[in-house]
Design a protein around this ligand. Sequence first.
Ligand SMILES: Cc1cc2nc3c(=O)[nH]c(=O)nc-3n(C[C@H](O)[C@H](O)[C@H](O)COP(=O)(O)OP(=O)(O)OC[C@H]3O[C@@H](n4cnc5c(N)ncnc54)[C@H](O)[C@@H]3O)c2cc1C
Length: 402
Amino acid sequence: MRVAVIGGGAAGYFAALSVIEHHPKAQVTIYEKSDKVLSKVRISGGGRCNVTHDEPVVSRLIKHYPRGANFLRKAFAIFSVPDTIAWFKRHGVALKAEADGRMFPITDDSSTVVHALYDTAMRQGVRLALRSGVTRVEPVEGGFRLVMNDRMVMADKVIVTTGGHPKPDSYAWLAELGHRIEPPVPSLFTFNIPDDPIHQLMGVALPARVRIVGTSLESTGPVLITHWGLSGPAVLRLSAWGARSLSEKAYRFTVQVNWAGGRSEEVLRSQLGAEAMTLDRKAARNVDPFHLPTRFWVFQLDRAGIDPAQVWGTVPRKAKNRLLDLLTNDRYEVSGKTTFKEEFVTAGGVALEQVAPLTMQSSIYPGLHFAGEVLDIDGITGGFNFQAAWTTGFIAGRSVGG
Ligand SMILES: Cc1cc2nc3c(=O)[nH]c(=O)nc-3n(C[C@H](O)[C@H](O)[C@H](O)COP(=O)(O)OP(=O)(O)OC[C@H]3O[C@@H](n4cnc5c(N)ncnc54)[C@H](O)[C@@H]3O)c2cc1C
């Protein structure tokens, strides 16, 4: 059985190794268009590779996928996080979990993961054809013909693992095969808020609730203020869940931020009332009722028209109300996005209704399989995207024989 894996990324390598594991006599070749393999694994997670997420329960795991959750529910029943941890352990890579659940190699170095995949594939006889971009796959009697710029090759089975691409043209050859393509749009980005004084607070991080005005999109968690706008887990989560609708808005929208972690104005007001005895004699700058970062507190005092040196008890009620409004109902005009350098992915790709989740096989052409980000599957940041690549790659490789 000649198996062609198109694309030498995370899913491609995992698929190739799974073919060998389940069908030891198969002859597997990875066709990679560039002159390097596993490039994203190498740069992933800031060079540390966030391999997966410490979430063994499938019903909870799938909640981290804005697209593909139902499809993955079935796939994760075959290969999920504990299988990933065990696989890497068997191949010499021990993983550790951080407090937020992200899992990295204990070396904190992505090259450990790259070597495990690359060296195992070499040892197990997986062939590698670099500078071999596939431009077309033609179903022929008993198999497939892969067309490249300088040659054609034949294969009995094909696993497509070409990853995500922002340009719809990149999927044209898959659409030619009759597969519907969900239009690709970027996911996992940060929000640009041009020319706003909030940039002064660059580097400040605090728990907040962020909403996109006029939609039901909302997320609570750490927000990081950057020199271009807003970032941090809560913002990235919103960018993933809103990937399609925010693209339709051309990344122009209003965000409402509750800097008090979602507590209401009334809750904050009653807290101020309860602590009045101790607060009233202090300078506004030193009043810290909500335990906000000092730079942030002084910035908001200033916006509310309160002199930080003024004694808190003498600050007019109107100014305090303005301050509470800024803390619970702050608004910013977002105009544009910035790619999150630690991890970004494409939402969209090969539509899932034409792919079987238990085999990753095309319902149009038996023998044609898909895995990884080329599918219309993407997760939020935290190791979920690689987990989808390992799972779908494993299943595709296992299933090519049947
Ligand atoms: C900077 C960055 C950091 C990231 N960090 C993390 C992280 O820490 N954790 C996480 O879970 N996810 C992370 N991700 C997302 C993750 O890298 C991807 O979801 C994952 O790599 C997808 O694997 P894949 O094999 O499907 O695609 P890819 O890794 O993109 O591999 C596809 C391969 O196919 C090749 N190819 C494309 N078209 C053709 C063709 N026509 N013929 C032949 N070859 C072709 C490409 O050159 C590429 O080598 C990160 C992404 C980026 C960009």
